[in-house]
Design a protein around this ligand. Structure first.
Ligand code: NAP
Length: 310
């Protein structure tokens, strides 16, 4: 069984919902494929205080639910499915959703990026309660507290430096004693009076699920084998993100880390295929910028369909 659509949107995070809202209001009856992580990264955060329009802040899951309702009000259709593969070699493009196929005249890829997690026994249960992958989103909640950052790349340095605005002390924990981070970022972090480094050390677990807050990390030194509990109020992960674009390998241009390359903001190299949000943005990665590029992609789809016929 297959169907033909004007526009299909892959992903239901901030950029996908915004693209859905705009294309729905343009009477294009968008179909949104929700994907593996419906709601995207916002659904994993708690209070969002940096999305304009909410002076008291808004819970991430509530914000994303509001966006969806707004798009549905104008006729966007949501489907719980994920894209297994796509054929972008000719129009209409063919999307494989498991056994089901959808043909579409245009495509918006808003499949986002997933933060890498450590895979600790109690990590997932404490996300939003002291475990976070976004210092910009959650740092403020740990004002006056001691914080840990994990990683040895530029993201970890950037997060550690940013978190010094709030924390009394930031401990950067890295599994090796050499760093991927650029020299300048590393030097800035090393010279900061509030940042201390703990190298050759891995996290084995995070406490305390019963209290629903982070109280300490169980650490192991890889050189000495020493295992100990390290008290802290929060663990921020800076170990990278994985863009969700593997299903387009060989058909769309990507950078060395798998992020989709776009020109003129949201155009991919295939006419009629647009990309927005974190799957093509490794620099800003904010809800508001994802919403912005989602809007741009929708406007480009409108123009494209006008020029090429629905
Ligand atoms: P990255 O460079 O890949 O670094 C990831 C870090 O996390 C590495 O130190 C890695 O350790 C560690 N790591 C990965 N998996 C781990 C695990 N399971 N347990 C413990 N540690 C783990 O990622 P990134 O820092 O996000 O940077 C990605 C790219 O964006 C880079 O090109 C970076 O330069 C760029 N970026 C630039 C800026 C800036 O210029 N302001 C800011 C952020 C990012 P190992 O080193 O041992 O592998």
């Amino acid at each position: 069984m297959s169907e033909i659509r004007n526009v299909v949107i892959i992903g239901s995070g901030c950029s996908g919902h915004t693209a859905a809202l705009y294309t729905a209001r343009a009477n294009l009856s968008p179909l949104v494929i929700e994907g593996h992580e419906p709601g995207g990264q916002l659904s994993l955060t708690t209070l969002v205080e940096n999305f304009p329009g909410f002076p008291e802040g808004i819970l991430g899951p509530q914000l994303i639910e509001n966006m969806r309702k707004q798009a549905e009000r104008f006729g966007a259709e949501y489907r719980m499915a994920h894209l297994t593969s796509a054929d972008l070699s000719q129009r209409p493009f063919v999307l494989h959703l498991g056994k089901h196929q959808v043909h579409t005249q245009s495509l918006i890829i808003a499949s986002g990026a997933s933060a890498r997690w450590l895979g600790l026994p109690h990590e997932q249960q404490l996300i939003g309660h002291g475990v976070s992958s976004c210092a910009t989103c959650d740092g403020f909640f740990f004002s006056g507290k001691e914080i840990v950052v994990i990683g040895g790349g530029d993201s970890a340095m950037e997060e550690a430096l940013f978190l010094t605005r709030f924390a009394t002390k930031v401990t950067l924990i890295h599994r090796r004693d050499s760093f991927r981070a650029s020299k300048i970022m590393l030097k800035r972090a090393q010279e900061h009076p509030k940042i201390q480094f703990l190298t050759d050390t891995v996290v084995e677990d995070v406490h305390d699920v019963e209290k629903k807050e982070v109280t300490a990390l169980k650490l192991r030194n890889l050189k000495t084998g020493k295992v100990w509990d390290f008290p802290t109020s929060a663990m921020f992960l800076g170990i990278g993100h994985e863009p969700n674009a593997k299903m387009f390998e060989g058909q769309l241009d990507m950078d060395q880390d798998g992020y989709l390359k776009t020109h003129n903001y949201v155009h991919t190299r295939v006419h009629g295929v647009f990309a927005c949000g974190d799957v093509q943005d490794r620099r800003y990665r904010q809800a508001i910028t994802a919403a912005g590029t989602g809007c741009m992609a929708a406007i480009e789809v409108e123009k494209f369909l006008e020029e090429h016929g629905k």
